[in-house]
Every structure is written in structure tokens, then in C-alpha cells.
Design a protein around this ligand. Structure first.
Ligand code: ATP
Length: 244
């Protein structure tokens, strides 16, 4: 069976910096992978390329068998992407963001889904308030809602837990589990390894744009580096060692 996401020898360079330096990843339908690593390790760059919003300098990305380079629009249609920063229009309300997202994706029956997501992410009362006045956590929660509106086959979440309260974190974890059960592949970039491993079957540790290790688990272990158990207190210590 073809993987939902297949990344081979991905390379992205910014001037003298190798942001991504030969990364391999593979996820099947229904699998969730955590991308972890220090600041500047290449997590966001990898997700930006997979979402089709930043170009790669080398390697290949296939999403549901679609070649990102050959057919970026088709790939964007099947992907839901929550960027690490930005993406929200300050003068637009959540409902207007959802309207736009639905129109861009040609969704007809989206009102019930949008209302349900806003409710679950505690944004219903703010549905018609401009996002300029939103707290950081509210903005993060809305970005997750927007990424998930069309129940994408591939969901990419960049730092979805950053500054989000425990109820928002739980809503995100529940959403990821639901999409997994429905067969979506999910990649979560985060610094919160322990949290991510609650929903992820695997984790890949990036450093200098390369995979230096992956967690023991059904996925991720084809990436380069040692295979380690990153769970629990001992796992956390192993992870800290990798970052030093
Ligand atoms: N637009 C850009 N222009 C120049 N350099 C960039 C750009 N985007 C990323 N980089 C560089 O690429 C490297 C990887 O950055 P990236 O944002 O992917 O890391 P990250 O793992 O997501 O970090 P963080 O945990 O801080 O979000 C860093 O050295 C960063 O400075």
C-alpha cells in the first residue's frame, strides 16, 4: 500500500544554513508522527514544505501518491496545515476565516462541522469577534480548527500546544485521535515530547535538519539515527541527552 506521506532525501537551504539536510519520513494512513528537536532543528521548515507553502531544494515529497513538485495544488487540497505562527487575518472573525477556508476548498456542508469544532475548542462565543483581540492560545486553537475543517487526509500541526491551556490541549489530542481513527495521517511538530507521544505512534528527533534518532514504535524508525524509547522519565532523559 502506498504511504500517506513519503519524504525522501528532503533538502532545504537558506543561504549558508541547511534547514533540512536529507530527511526521510514515511507515514501510512491512520498513523501519527511527532517531529521533535531543539529550536532551529528544521521542524517548521519540514512542515512548511509538506504543506506546499515553502519550496524544497532537493529530494521528493509524495502525499497520497501525489508528487508535491508536480501537483502542488492537489497536495494542498488533501492537506490541513496549522502553521507555527501567522496565518490569521487580524480584522477577520473565526467564522469569516472558516468561510474562506470552506470556499477555497469547495466545501458545501461545512456549517455544522465548523460549529462543532468551534464549540470543542471553546471558540463559539468568540466566533464573530475579530482575531486581533485574541490571546495567543485562542489563535493557536483557531489555527488547529482551520486546519481540521475539511477532515484532511493529512494533518500537519506545527506547535499546536504552544501556549494553549489544558482544555485546548485535550481538544487537540481528541481531534488527532478522531482523525487517526478515520484514517488520516498526522504529523505534529512540538517541544512537548511526552504529550505528543500520547497520540503519536512514533517520533523523529531532528538536529541540524537531519533525523538523529527516532522513538521505538511502529513508525518513524526508517528515519536515520538510533531507535530509542522516549517515553517516561528515562525517555525524557534520553531525549535531553540527544539535544546536548
Ligand atoms: N525563512 C528563513 N530564512 C532564513 N533562514 C531560515 C528561514 N526559515 C528557517 N530558517 C533557518 O532554518 C533552520 C531551521 O528552522 P526551523 O524554523 O525549521 O526550525 P524549528 O525546528 O521549527 O525551530 P523552532 O523549534 O524554534 O520552531 C534555522 O537555522 C532557521 O534559522
Amino acid at each position: 500500500m502506498q504511504p500517506a506521506v513519503e519524504v525522501r532525501d528532503l533538502r532545504v537551504r537558506y543561504g549558508a544554513v541547511d534547514a533540512v539536510a536529507g530527511l526521510d519520513l514515511s507515514l501510512a494512513d491512520g498513523e501519527t508522527l511527532a517531529l521533535v528537536g531543539r529550536n532551529g532543528a528544521g521542524k517548521s521548515t519540514t512542515l512548511r514544505v509538506l504543506a506546499g507553502v515553502a519550496p524544497a531544494d532537493g529530494g521528493s515529497v509524495h502525499v497520497l501518491g501525489l508528487d508535491l513538485r508536480a501537483d502542488p495544488v492537489a497536495v494542498k487540497r488533501v492537506v490541513g496545515y496549522c502553521p507555527d505562527v501567522g496565518g490569521l487575518v487580524p480584522r477577520a472573525t473565526p467564522w469569516e476565516h472558516l468561510q474562506l477556508a470552506a470556499r477555497l476548498r469547495g466545501l458545501d456542508d461545512w456549517h455544522d462541522r465548523a460549529t462543532d469544532l468551534l464549540e470543542r475548542f471553546d471558540l463559539l462565543a468568540a466566533a464573530h469577534r475579530v482575531t486581533a483581540g485574541f490571546s495567543h492560545g485562542m489563535g493557536r486553537r483557531l489555527s488547529v480548527v482551520l486546519a481540521a475543517l475539511h477532515s484532511p487526509a493529512v494533518l500537519l500541526l506545527d506547535e499546536p500546544f504552544d501556549g494553549v491551556d489544558p482544555l485546548g490541549v485535550e481538544a487537540t489530542l481528541t481531534l488527532v485521535r478522531e482523525l487517526q481513527d478515520a484514517g488520516s495521517a498526522v504529523i505534529v511538530s512540538t517541544h512537548l515530547v511526552e504529550l505528543a507521544l500520547q497520540v503519536c505512534q512514533g517520533a523523529v528527533v531532528l538536529r541540524g535538519g537531519r533525523a538523529v534518532a527516532s522513538s521505538a514504535g511502529p513508525i518513524g524508525s526508517e528515519a536515520a539515527g538510533d531507535v530509542l524509547d522516549l517515553r517516561g522519565a528515562e525517555g525524557a532523559e534520553r531525549y535531553r541527552e540527544l539535544l546536548r
